[in-house]
Design a protein around this ligand. Structure first.
Ligand SMILES: [Zn+2]
Length: 202
């Protein structure tokens, strides 16, 4: 009986899991959008550093490709060779792009969506790799798990390209979110760096 009473006094939005998720999304895309984007960017930049270190190992230091596993590969080579790590990161990336998207509007949202679509394809590629790692059956008769675009571009270069073409529209989206074009309605988000517009609105 007491439980029922308590649930009656709870805010209506969080009576169900769905309601709780909606509330969380509203917070992430509202008052916590700026902080959430910082956290997301920190994860994205950490991943970039790993890929750039790997590129440095291959192209500058001239290390053999299998031994060039970025920073993590120096300490935990088995971990960077696990397809699950790369797949899990691609999933996390896509979830971030989906979850943070409602906080964007207008031109910024268009660029964010471009990033999301490219990342969705990037995840398809990693899912193919992960599937091959699980089944032990490699596509295209290759010696190692191989994704579609890898037929034309070697893996380290390919994933540098994937990360770049996901990252560039993401950064443009954040720029237009912070500095929306004059033609667009003011952004009511703490991310906005156009306080004149914000104050006009209030
Ligand atoms: Zn924002």
């Amino acid at each position: 009986m007491q439980l029922t009473d308590r649930s009656l006094t709870a805010p209506p939005q969080i009576k169900t899991v769905r309601g709780a998720l909606k509330l969380l999304l509203d917070v992430i895309n509202g008052p916590a959008h700026e902080r959430s984007l910082y956290v997301y960017m920190a994860i994205v930049l950490f991943h970039w550093v790993e890929h750039l270190v790997q590129a440095y190992q291959i192209f500058v230091l001239g290390w053999p490709r299998p031994e060039s596993g970025g920073f993590l590969g120096l300490w935990l080579p088995w971990l960077v060779q696990t397809e699950l790590l790369h797949w899990g990161y691609a999933v996390a990336m896509l979830i971030g792009l989906i979850v943070l998207r409602p906080g964007f509007a207008g031109l910024s949202r268009k660029f964010w969506t471009v990033s999301l679509i490219i990342q969705a394809w990037h995840l398809v590629e990693h899912s193919l790799l992960q599937g091959q790692a699980i089944t032990g059956q490699n596509l295209f008769g290759a010696q190692v798990p191989t994704s579609v675009a890898q037929l034309w571009i070697p893996r380290p270069e390919l994933h540098l390209i994937y990360n770049a073409i996901v990252f560039i529209p993401m950064v443009i989206a954040m720029y237009y979110h912070m500095y929306p074009p004059q033609s667009e309605a003011p952004v009511a988000c703490t991310c906005s760096r156009r306080p004149s517009l914000l104050s006009q609105q209030g």
